[in-house]
Design a binder for this molecule. Structure first.
Ligand code: AMP
Length: 193
């Protein structure tokens, strides 16, 4: 099962991915988490991307695709992968198609979590006030930038996918458990095929 979770920052992709990891044993491939780990460990990649993350802009497609290439190969034996925060640009979506076909894999399910802008600001502010290690980019200024980047660069990939796939839209304004249940239904029916 290869599932792509789409939606703006703060829409709940990470929370829902964690649930699927626990229930189905899938791996969560979150490029945001990978980049934050690289920064924390002060690796070469971490040094390159630190300021980019703090600014809310996107990291170079080539670097992201190189990281993803390695991750897809490393997780070949996994029963499933949840792509969370990737792809974020058309070039990444095209790169993912190539990587999947090189590994005899395909996209099985696409889900978009739909949440309105005001709610996203409230959630990110709440996350920043609760989090023990506050993310550099969890503040109103950078969130505004991240949402603009999402609308300009990431949203177009939804219509790109809609040319060849059905993109399941879920109202992400509902409570976490309801969203869980709706995603679970889609994954369960996708798994049986
Ligand atoms: P996230 O945790 O998914 O919200 O990602 C946090 C930040 O990491 C983003 O604002 C970008 O700066 C960077 N990032 C994460 N995933 C990607 C990606 N697929 N392409 C480019 N930049 C990314």
């Amino acid at each position: 099962m290869n599932l792509i979770l789409l939606g703006p920052p703060g829409c709940g992709k990470g929370t829902q991915a964690t649930y699927l990891v626990e229930k189905y044993g899938y791996v969560q491939l979150s490029t945001g988490d990978m980049l934050r780990d690289a920064i924390k460990n002060n690796t070469t990649t971490g040094k390159i991307v630190k300021d980019v993350l703090a600014s809310g802009k996107l990291v170079d497609n080539e670097l992201i695709l190189q990281i993803m290439k390695d991750k897809i190969e490393e997780t070949k034996a996994s029963p499933g992968r949840i792509f969370d925060g990737f792809p974020r640009t058309l070039a990444q979506a095209e790169g993912l198609n190539a990587l999947l076909s090189q590994n005899n894999l395909s996209i099985d399910l696409l889900i978009e979590l739909v949440v309105d802008r005001e709610e996203l600001f409230e959630r990110i502010q709440k996350r920043a006030s609760e989090s023990a290690s506050v993310r550099d980019d969890d503040n109103a200024d950078v969130l505004g930038k991240r949402l603009d980047v999402y609308n300009q660069e990431t949203k177009p990939i939804i219509s790109y996918y809609e040319r060849d796939y059905f993109v399941n839209k879920i109202d992400g304004m509902q409570d976490i458990k309801t969203v869980n249940m709706l995603i679970d239904k889609l994954v369960a029916s996708g798994t049986k095929q």
